[in-house]
Design a protein around this ligand. Structure first.
Ligand code: NAD
Ligand code: LMR
Length: 355
């Protein structure tokens, strides 16, 4: 080998092993990923925005393991070189590519089928999710402006809190850009369902994988409304069990925030829930039948413009939104409380963009 050629090779390997933030675009990691992506296995292209965070990292890991994903774009304003280098070594099919900072957002988004957004600050003890509004509303707006421009047909899974307001914010951004498709904007409430399945299974003494609890309304405190009268397999609860379960499911996020004592909110169970939901969206995109999950979507199930309920996921996104079904008296009272808070959170999100 000529010495010039050898030096170039060494330089390439060195860039691969030690990509600095500034080298993100040029590093050989990304060049290799591009090469493989061209000839890669068929599958969906997924971007995670906020990929270096507490949720973002385990979510990126789990999406790299998903056989439906062929290309995985990891975007954040910090630390994506390290996360990308690390995850790209996993011997699974998806080709991983990292993007750092606002100037690389458009490249991160272009061509994507599904965007998952866990970007934003988490709660500390004593805070409500609404206390995150001032910071996270602006982050979600910027990211959604990018989506409207670069991948207006992508399905969006929005995790950033307060979901009851960030989903209306995203809808308004898309409306303003003329790209809004209500079927494709889904607020992720899957963690409430995951928790509800777990806690109900504990009370019943059964395997949580055999339990299905619909959780409707929204994603904050009393807006989280588990429909315990509709649990599958059919079962009944005493009033004490109903009160215990409803409160535990509604306060599940706070339980984790307090246990983490200032170090953030749920990340690992959230990454699990986000992947469960994203996988359902991808199976829907692929044309799978009978894929039904709960999500916070544009809705006519109640008089509110957005509401979480069971939706059927298909090629177009949330293709069908199911009615709530028969509620008992306890749930009817809970529904009224949920709607009272939801209407304000939704309006706050809408006003943030329309103001
Ligand atoms: N929907 C749910 O069920 C649910 C569950 C848990 C957490 N959350 C919410 O998810 C969000 C993230 O939580 P976390 O624990 O991962 O927080 P985190 O602080 O650990 O990570 C957030 C990441 O977002 C990144 N970020 C900040 N601004 C950004 C921008 N403009 N563009 C791209 N990335 C940006 C940060 O750099 C960071 O890496 C919080 O708002 C939290 O409340 C929602
Ligand atoms: O509770 C939080 O702040 C995070 C998230 O919404 C959750 O439910 O865990």
């Amino acid at each position: 080998m000529q010495s010039g050629e050898a030096n170039q090779r060494i330089a390439r390997i060195s860039a691969h092993l030690h990509p600095s933030n500034h080298q993100m675009e040029e590093s050989s990691i990304l060049k290799q990923a591009e090469c493989r992506a061209k000839g890669g296995a068929p599958g969906f292209k997924v971007a995670i925005l906020g990929a270096a965070g507490g949720i973002g990292q385990p979510l990126s890991l789990l999406m790299k393991m998903n056989p439906l994903v062929s290309v995985l774009h990891l975007y954040d304003v910090v630390n994506t070189p390290g996360v990308t280098a690390d995850i790209s070594h996993m011997d699974t099919g998806a080709v991983v590519k990292g993007f750092l900072g606002q100037q690389q957002l458009e490249n991160a988004l272009t061509g994507m089928d599904l965007i998952i957004i866990p970007a934003g600050v988490p709660r500390k003890p004593g805070m409500t999710r609404d206390d995150l509004f001032n910071i996270n509303a602006g982050i979600v707006r910027t990211l959604c402006e990018g989506i409207a421009k670069c991948c207006p047909n992508a399905i969006v899974n929005l995790i950033s809190n307060p979901v009851n307001s960030t989903v209306p914010i995203a809808a308004e951004v898309f409306k303003k850009a003329g790209t809004y498709d209500p079927k494709k904007l889904l607020g992720v409430t899957m963690l409430d369902v995951v928790r509800a399945n777990t806690f109900v299974a504990e009370v019943l003494g059964v395997d949580p994988r055999d339990v299905d609890v619909p959780v409707v309304g929204g994603h904050a405190g009393v807006t989280i409304l588990p429909l315990l009268s509709q649990v599958k397999p059919p079962c009944s609860f005493t009033i004490e069990e109903t009160e215990y379960l409803t409160k535990r499911i509604q306060d599940g996020g706070t339980e984790v925030v307090q246990a983490k004592a200032g170090a953030g909110s749920a990340t690992l169970s959230m990454a699990y829930a986000a992947v469960k939901f994203a996988d359902a969206c991808l199976r829907g995109l692929k044309g799978g039948a009978d894929i039904v999950e709960c999500a916070f979507v544009s809705s006519q199930v109640t008089e509110l413009p957005f509401f979480a309920s069971k939706v059927r996921l298909g090629r177009a996104g949330a293709e069908e939104i199911y009615q709530l079904g028969p509620l008992n008296e306890y749930e009817r009272v809970g529904l009224e409380k949920a709607k009272k808070e939801l209407v304000e959170s939704i309006q706050k999100g809408i006003s943030f963009i329309r103001k």
